[in-house]
Design a protein around this ligand. Structure first.
Ligand SMILES: CC(C)(C)CCc1c(C(=O)O)[nH]c(=O)[nH]c1=O
Length: 313
């Protein structure tokens, strides 16, 4: 069997990628991802200016996952644009995704996308909608009107292919609302999910939180989040126009976890926490484990079971 994955018109050797934020801060890290067994990769979410991010400890691996409040440390949009333009010229046959964020809210999102529109980068962009909006408002993706306004403003000038990275939703009405907003636009993909926001992990030895920023509150990744990730992949796949592909992210530690995201309709798969824990070898292990599942089930390709989750009706 083959793990070949077709995504926005390109066929990758396999559906695996890093999740933005893990192993993707510098050109050196991106080169290592490009040379790894991963099918593709995504860059760290870029803001207009380089950012130090929050004081450490700001990312901690724990038994069943991870908690982080990095605070968007990154080398700035110009750095990643420069790398992306060189990379697409030197490896035109190896497309990747550039992640874009905003720390100043609505206007920075627009300015960052305008800069990419005017640049020579022609590849995919992942717009991270988990970023802060104006103070007093929830993160962008939890404000449906502002998300609609933002995408309307971007699509008024942006002609290159892009998708959005979403936080998890937990209410069926929220699945309906975000899908209704997104279906208005010619998005190429939706990536579900970002970390589950504002969790709290306590160190049993010290009765203390484990990360410094935000009194210990941080985004949760790893085993903790798989049921939520699968639900968001499935719910968005069921609601979005078929032209909008899904990237499945969250709780992928084994080939079986990857297989379940594909059953829910994901085209590509991103690995964050487990990549941080295991290193780039995680991609060899995951591809081998997923391939073994296809063999055991007699599938020749992912297409034979993608989106085929059974229900009990
Ligand atoms: C949470 C934000 C800092 C607003 C965006 C960047 C980000 C971070 C981060 O840089 O703290 N961590 C995540 O798990 N997901 C993210 O999208």
């Amino acid at each position: 069997p083959t793990l070949q994955a077709t995504f926005y018109g390109h066929t990758y050797d396999n559906p695996f990628m890093n999740a933005s934020g893990v192993h993707c801060m510098t050109t050196t890290e991106l080169d290592a991802l490009a040379d790894s067994a991963a099918g593709s990769f995504v860059t760290k979410s870029a803001t207009a200016e380089a950012r130090e991010g929050n004081p450490e400890p700001r990312y901690v691996n724990v038994d069943l996952g991870s908690i982080n409040s990095m605070g968007l440390p990154n080398l700035g949009l110009d750095y990643y644009l420069d790398d992306a333009i060189k990379r697409q010229a030197s490896h035109p046959d190896q497309p990747f995704v550039m992640s874009v964020a905003s720390y100043q809210g609505f206007n920075e999102y627009v300015a960052n996308m305008r800069k990419i529109q005017e640049s020579d980068y022609t590849g995919l962009v992942e717009l991270n909608l988990s970023c802060p909006n104006v103070p007093g408002k929830p993160q962008m993706a939890y404000d449906f009107e502002d998300t609609d306004k933002l995408l309307t403003e971007i699509f008024a000038f942006y002609t290159k292919p892009f998708g959005v990275k979403l936080p998890p939703y937990f209410d069926i009405m929220h699945f309906d609302k975000i899908a209704a907003v997104l279906n208005q636009f010619d998005l190429k993909f939706v990536n579900c999910i970002n970390s589950i926001g504002n969790g709290l992990y306590i160190d049993e030895a010290t009765d203390t939180v484990v990360i410094k920023p935000k009194g210990g509150f941080g985004g949760i990744g790893g085993e903790y989040v798989k049921p939520t990730a699968l639900a968001n992949v499935r719910a968005l796949k069921q609601r979005l126009n078929p032209s909008i592909e899904i990237i499945g992210t969250g709780g992928i530690l084994t080939g079986r976890d990857a297989y379940e995201h594909l059953l829910c309709g994901a085209s590509m798969l991103q690995v964050g926490t487990q990549l941080e824990k295991e290193g780039l070898g995680v991609f060899e292990r995951l591809t081998a484990e997923l391939l073994a599942i296809l063999e055991a089930k007699g599938y020749a390709s992912i297409a034979e079971f993608k989106g085929m989750l059974g229900t009990l009706d």
